[in-house]
Design a protein around this ligand. Sequence first.
Ligand code: ADP
Ligand code: ZN
Length: 520
Amino acid sequence: MIKQAKELLQQYYGFSSFRPGQEEAISHVLERKNTLAVMPTGGGKSLCYQIPGLTLPGTAIIISPLISLMKDQVDALLSYGVAATYINSSLSSEEQRNRIQDMENGRYSFVYVAPERFDSPAFMTAIQGIQLALIAFDEAHCISQWGHDFRPSYRSIVSTLQKVPNLPVLMALTATATQEVIRDIKQLIEVDDEAVVNTGFARENLSFRIMKGRDKREFVTEYLESRPQEAGIIYTATRKDADQLQSFLSKKGYAAGKYHAGMSEDQRKKVQTDFVQDEITTIIATNAFGMGIDKSNVRYVIHYSMPMNIESYYQEAGRAGRDGEPGDCVLLFSSQDINLQRFLIDQSPSEEKKKEEYAKLQAMVNYCHTHTCLQKFILEYFDDPVPPEPCGKCSNCMHAGEERDMTKEAQMVLSCVKRMGGKFGAGLTAKVLRGSSDQKVRQFRFQDLSTYGILSRYTEKELTRFIHFLTAEGYLTPGQGRYPALQLTKDSLSVLKNETSVVMLVEATTTKQETNYNLE
Ligand code: ADP
Ligand code: ZN
């Protein structure tokens, strides 16, 4: 059967070989084993269900939360001569009824639907009356509450399906699944260990960069100037930022498009089409943009401020370079970004959820402060199975700095944190180390600590950064609540006992391009 799959690959798509993981995933499905495929964006997930769908008798149902993508997928299949359709709320009810009827008459090899469709009795009756080839859950991380984009209606499909007597093989596909999410999906749709195909998250064509202490507008202007013909996305944290940045850039003569949920559907559609068809090269958008944008030649993704977690960041940044050509991913960090994200997390009504989101936010903050390879940091965050080597091209790998032993300074910071009782964040700790006469320092009588003013040769800003660095490297933990309350870790004890030394990259000369850690 897998031989037939190869022929189909050639015949329908014109590709001569499979990409990593495709053949394995396809052969599991063909053996009718429920399968989970975790592949990076652009890894070729569609083929993993399309080829079995073409091979197995009956109709394949593809569930996708991305209504905007369905039409494209269906059009692509139609262009290969495959009978496919989609049924979703963008159609009139009459059209929906017609398509369901055609489905019942066995007209389609592929039917794309949104999760809500399973709440429709007509649809449920229809699928029970036909032969089903397979049911695929695209963007399967949305079925897990551990995922960053949980949709309860998506998860509930699984229990609905249990009542279907002619249930076919199930398949789940996603580009973003932490080990937790993988475990959850496996359990939910009953996937055996050996039917999990995880090609890892590594996107070798992407280079990651973090910029700190830069004027963001100036950076963006210079960046756009240096890449006039290239397509790219600039993500802002709020609609207001998107509006302001766009009007700033258009005054400077850059014709950048804009996309956020505050715009009308028509406006959004137009911008999206213009972007996909290369009418405009740059788009300034909130995170409303991107889910379901099929544009492979995006050359850069700039985050105008830090997103809420690494899951979202990697998904958004990963929209660069889907064609396998180089993609540049820049994150413009400023410490105010953290407050904004905290504020957004606070809107959640669930205490448990908030705690989880704070922890994820902290990992994101750590990413912005780490000195290890950024690509490696991300892969480790996702517990990626492949032990990653430094990428050699992220801003940390490229950092032209010198290694400096900061063990003594680290010990001073750690003992200060210990003496302050584990209740305060980086800001106040830096003030104490610096020897500031700030009112809050006096209020808690920290001027009496033996560590007061012990690092006064550094500026407060440098000390704050150093504390963030120590946190990113695991020598301090910010605790679990809304406000970071620095505490010691197992690793900090070995630093205090002189068993571990703390080495930090310090820039020899600060260039305008990259303002990083400049401790002296
Ligand atoms: P994903 O859904 O994983 O992001 P897609 O299924 O959209 O990725 O595939 C991304 C691109 O890779 C598409 O343009 C697709 O045609 C191409 N592609 C998929 N599989 C192969 C293959 N085996 N050989 C060459 N190109 C492929
Ligand atoms: Zn690197």
